[in-house]
Write a protein that binds this ligand. Sequence first.
Ligand code: SF4
Length: 474
Amino acid sequence: MYLRDLKPCCDRFHEECGVFGIYSDEKRDVANTVYFGLYALQHRGQESAGIAVAHDNKITCFRDMGLVPEVFTEQRLKGFSEGDIAIGHVRYSTTGSSTAFNAKPFVFSGKVGRMAIAHNGNIVNSKALREKLISENIVFQTVTDAEVIAALINKYIENDILGAIVKAGDELIGSYAFVIMTSNKLIAVRDPSGIRPLCLGTYRGEYIVASESCALDAVDAEFIRDLEPGEVLCIDFKGLESRFLNNRGSALCIFEHVYFARPDSFLDGCSVYEARKEAGRILAKKHPVKADIVSGVPDSAVVAARGYSEVTGIPYVEALNKNRYVGRAFIQPSQGMRESSVGIKMNAIKANVKGKSVVLIDDSIVRGTTSKKIISILRAAGAKEVHLRICSPIIRHPCFLGIDMQTHSQLVGHKRSVKEVCDYIGADSLEYLEVDELLETVKGSRIGFCTGCFTGKYPVEFDIKDIDKEKFEE
Ligand code: SF4
């Protein structure tokens, strides 16, 4: 058993999933392309991986628990028939238990034959939709949102699958970016607020859709554009056709830039790398401190730490070493184990920190246990002072939109002041970015942002009583 196979630790954010799809004009080894795309999206989910290939009016699918290379051995990839359409998925579960049964893509038989769907996000009203569909005699095999979306689309299919998706989309409340495949179409859908990212690329006349542009780069595809919020994009032998769901403004999850996405990705026209570096620069201007070295918590805060160093002139030096052989989603059932597991994942580089005052940059503080442990590791290694600077505002509210942070009780910042959080984690000083400062880092984006976990104002309206109590405690 790997550490990542244990139950989720909520001290860091977890993204729910990554999706990838390809449409080719001719039959070829499309499963291989999806494999490399999923490899590039592995940071979005490490629990399970799956690929579905359409060929000869059939769909072949394989999915299992584990990282992409663990699930798809060379032998397993060779087992896929050549096809012209394929989709893939990497998953970190925030809904449904972490089992192979709930892994994606989800394959089903509907009114237009065999179909497969892979989804990223969280449907806030999935419980209510599921109950309504059950009352209409529809049966479910899993508790995942993907199956609810599939059943809803199938219910509305008459002749036109795109029309059915638009109808279904108007009933879905929450965040979703999904790819759906029939025997002759690849369809990509981004929710009306664009909370989760989804982009389109091309490789030698083939079309590719992916959660992030880094997955297009991985398969040598050329980036065409991001899907618009609310866009339903259909790719088939006639070419591309878009329809749109009812517009609800635009609100990409700002944590895509802060933490989830890879720094080499662009989201809606904005470089993740540049946004992170700018966060470090702003922290340096707003919250300077006298110190010997500046360092970033690997991996997501390293770029921001370089930005802080650039402005202050304090040298950037690695203070922490990350054990890369522990999955990103390492996990413990108890608080005690959770704290000790940070030491397995991260260790101080004594030679660099002994006798030094350190400015440490991190992307966010959720529960506070990781920050507390990292600071104690640095002190044990001889650091004289540890000043923590955070590239996002204090998190005061839960997220119901697909991030594993769903109750107030999980948040150290819910009712504490900055000073109280600082005392709790044991730093010499602690400063956060303000919401407007964080928005400044992403001013190059073509669309707006969700900042719900800082402000309590979410881009979608929902009734708290619709929320599945098993999914969200409060
Ligand atoms: S509430 Fe926070 S974590 Fe959730 S989607 Fe909005 S910005 Fe992202």
